[in-house]
Design a protein around this ligand. Structure first.
Ligand code: GNR
Ligand code: NI
Length: 188
């Protein structure tokens, strides 16, 4: 198990379309474990393999159960087979840290996927869970939530992102310049 570096926009690997997993083997289960560890560490409510630079169709999420207890869910080769209604939700993304935007999604979805034992499963979701599944599956197609905004709002949101990133970099101005681009700094 390991905490992996989460890629941030505009890393070109975030734009790649991931491949179906041919067999849920120990390597895929190890990937799922790393995704959970990285997601809980961040912390985030979901994480796609794309975000740690692995181009396989694997996502994890945990939107907690009604009692606030952990409810980890791993979806391999997940696909939405039915959708109903629309919902507006304010989304964030670990690959676009520091900003959020309201995104329109399907309100109710049915998803088919393989679980960590390779068994086919089907689930229905609504609310944050449905939003999160759609957000994560989008990552596997190289899509970020800003790609679901209107053209002008996408532009404004990415401009805000660049401003927030520049402020973060400016706060580090007192540090030795040689450290500015080290992985430790960009991960913190
Ligand atoms: O942590 C996250 N929160 C979140 C909030 C609203 C809608 C989607 C998400 S997913 C995000 C983590 C992430 O970037 N997953 O890809
Ligand atoms: Ni995301």
């Amino acid at each position: 198990m390991a905490i992996r570096e989460v890629l941030t926009w505009p890393d070109p690997r975030l734009l790649e379309v991931a491949s179906d997993v041919p067999l849920v083997d120990d390597a895929v289960r190890a990937l799922i474990d790393d995704l959970f560890e990285t997601m809980y560490d961040a912390p985030g409510v979901g994480l796609a393999a794309t975000q740690i630079g692995v181009p396989w169709r694997v996502v994890v999420l945990d939107t907690r159960d009604d009692d606030g207890e952990k409810a980890p869910l791993a979806l391999v080769n997940g696909r939405i087979v039915a959708r109903e209604g629309t919902i507006l939700w304010r989304e964030g993304c670990l690959s676009l840290p520091g900003i959020t935007a309201e995104v329109e999604r399907s309100a109710h979805i049915t998803v088919e996927y393989l679980d960590r034992d390779g068994q086919p499963q089907r689930l229905e979701a609504e609310g944050l869970k449905a939003v999160c599944i759609q957000h994560e599956l989008d990552h596997l197609d190289g899509q970020l939530y800003v790609d679901r905004l209107g053209r002008l709002e996408r532009k404004a949101t990415l401009l805000e992102y660049e401003e927030v990133q520049a402020e973060g970099a400016a706060e580090g101005d007192a540090e030795p310049v040689v450290e500015v681009d080290t992985p430790e700094r960009s991960a913190s």
